[in-house]
Design a protein around this ligand. Structure first.
Ligand code: HZT
Ligand code: MN
Ligand code: MN
Length: 431
């Protein structure tokens, strides 16, 4: 790790006013750990394994290529520390067309290159983890198995010795059907993924606090019955991304998104449903170690004339629904985050203070879930946790749901508003 990065982390950790950094108790996966199904056919290194060989030698080679893929740190794939750039898009407003060609602005942008490289590293981890998820998640798996598969993969690629240096940026969202967001299994959850479930997979990866927040929707239904809602939401999110930019009003992004989303409808069991925007869900600013900071990006027009600004980073996400297009909290909470600017509040008990110390040293202001707390060695923490929630120190993010029987879909990308162009840093060939 370059010294400057280490120094930066030290500064951030000091800023959190931590007395000590407690590492996770469970060891990171070692080189013998593998992530991959028995039937992985792809060869990781893209090695030509021969398409039609029938000799013993070729058969052997083919068989060898079917071995489980070993995953290692992302750094070992990019030893010079330069990670792939995302998709570049020009700014939409005519008044900003000068930005694209300005040498001065390109120079200004290079001053912040460390920050952009940290986002790009997180984004490359994100793409690899989600490729793995897309190829190995199968109906019949428990939600716990799915979460572990994704999260172990993030940890292995990040290969950090501390959760605050790099790794999971927030709990893996695995919300099904009418549950739009913020479901991840708590320990003991026995829920199993079904063939006809519509699952939003929301993965967060951070590198030195730069969080990549990106989500997609998947199903195993074979008659394409969710195609319309998935296409509507994918197109709505891409519209929001196109519309976003320096000096663009948040309201206008919402208006463009709604127009595209609500041009779709969907037939389910002989009934036609309009696809609605979930009007109380939003995209958001992303700050260092802070998943939502400041601005929210509506997915319907809301009258917010605030503009996006140079240097900002955003999660652009849209949700479509066959239900009310409005979500409410329901079900057991799994997601939590410390409220920022609550250092002045005293924890209400000794056990609450000890738990808060544990939260601070492991997650800082990053969101976390009960499973992650248990990995740090916590056992009977629920009473103290609820005390921190009641004191306003910790915020709950319960699952948010539309009406029962409805279906919801989500697509999300992280975008970087460079001075000269915007970068869809989490873009992949999948979505
Ligand atoms: C909260 C808790 C988490 C932020 C959006 C989101 C997943 O709905 C302002 C606008 C992770 C993320 C968040 F554990 N939320 N993106 N990906 N969830 S949000 C929000 O609370 S606050 C949107
Ligand atoms: Mn997300
Ligand atoms: Mn988000």
């Amino acid at each position: 790790m370059p010294e400057s990065v280490e120094t930066k982390l030290d500064e951030k950790v000091n800023a959190l006013n931590l007395k000590e950094i407690v590492s996770e108790k469970k060891p990171e996966p070692t080189k013998t750990d593998v992530v991959g199904g028995e039937d992985d056919e792809e060869d990781e290194d893209g090695e030509d394994v021969g398409a039609s060989g029938t000799s013993d030698k070729k058969k052997k080679k083919k068989k060898k290529s079917k071995k489980k893929k070993k995953i290692t740190s992302i750094d070992s794939s990019y030893p010079d520390g330069i990670f792939p750039e995302g998709e570049w898009q020009e700014y939409p407003l005519e008044i900003n067309s000068y930005r694209t060609t300005s040498e001065e602005l390109r120079y200004l942008d290079r001053q912040q290159n460390n920050k952009w490289e940290e986002f790009r590293k997180g984004a490359e981890i994100h793409r690899r983890v989600r490729n793995k998820a897309q190829s190995s998640i199968k109906p019949g798996m428990t939600m716990t198995e799915i979460a572990n598969l994704i999260e172990d993969s993030v940890r292995t690629y990040a290969a950090a010795d501390h959760t605050l240096k790099a790794g999971i940026g927030f709990p893996t969202g695995l919300s099904l059907n009418h549950v739009a967001a913020h479901y991840t299994p708590n320990s003991g959850d026995k829920l199993i993924l079904g063939k006809d479930d519509l699952m939003k997979v929301d993965i967060g990866v951070h590198v030195n606090g730069r969080i990549c927040d990106s989500a997609f929707t998947m199903t195993f239904n074979e008659d394409g019955k969710y195609d319309a809602i998935m296409k509507a939401v994918k197109e709505a999110t891409n519209t929001g991304i196109k519309e976003a930019g320096i000096d663009v009003r948040l309201n206008d992004i919402g208006a463009s998104i709604q127009e595209v989303m609500e041009s779709y409808e969907m037939e389910l069991n002989g009934k036609t449903y309009p696809i609605k925007c979930i009007r109380n869900l939003n995209g958001h600013n992303i700050g260092d170690y802070i998943i939502h900071s400041g601005k929210t990006v509506p997915i319907v027009p809301n009258g917010d004339m605030t503009k996006m600004e140079e240097g900002e980073t955003f999660a652009i996400e849209t949700f479509g629904s066959t239900g009310n297009g409005y979500v409410l909290p329901e079900g057991e909470c799994s997601h939590y985050a410390r409220n920022v600017d609550t250092e002045h509040i005293n924890p209400p008990s000794k056990s609450a203070k000890e738990l808060l110390d544990r939260i601070n040293s492991n997650f800082g202001t990053l969101p976390w879930c009960r499973r992650y707390l248990e990995r740090t060695g916590e056992e009977k923490y629920l009473f103290a946790l609820n005390q921190l929630v009641r004191a306003g120190i910790v915020e709950e993010y319960p699952p948010i749901v539309d009406i029962k029987g409805s279906y919801t879909a989500q697509y999300e990308h992280t975008i970087l508003l460079h001075p000269h162009k915007k970068e869809v840093v989490t873009r992949g060939d999948d979505y």
